[in-house]
Write a protein that binds this ligand. Structure first.
Ligand SMILES: [Zn+2]
Length: 75
């Protein structure tokens, strides 16, 4: 499966159950609701509004990934 298709699939799953996720205020990635800090930027401020999660899922699912992966930030 292509990277793009995989992202679209994930986005669809998020839109289905937005209550399980939240949006990081630091890097705008979608993380699971249970996460204490963002796996991408280690931020701890989140927007838990389901509507915001849905909007962000659509954005992330419809464009190529441009942000760095978590591993890229480690030394
Ligand atoms: Zn973040």
């Amino acid at each position: 499966m292509s990277d793009m298709a995989e992202r679209a699939r994930r986005a669809a799953r998020i839109v289905e159950k937005p209550g399980l996720f939240k949006v990081c205020e630091g890097c705008e990635s979608i993380v699971i609701r249970d996460a204490n800090t963002c796996p991408n930027c280690h931020g701890y401020r989140f927007d838990e509004d389901p509507q915001r999660v849905i909007e962000q899922a659509h954005i992330l699912g419809s464009r190529p990934q441009t942000s760095v992966k978590p591993g890229d930030l480690e030394d």
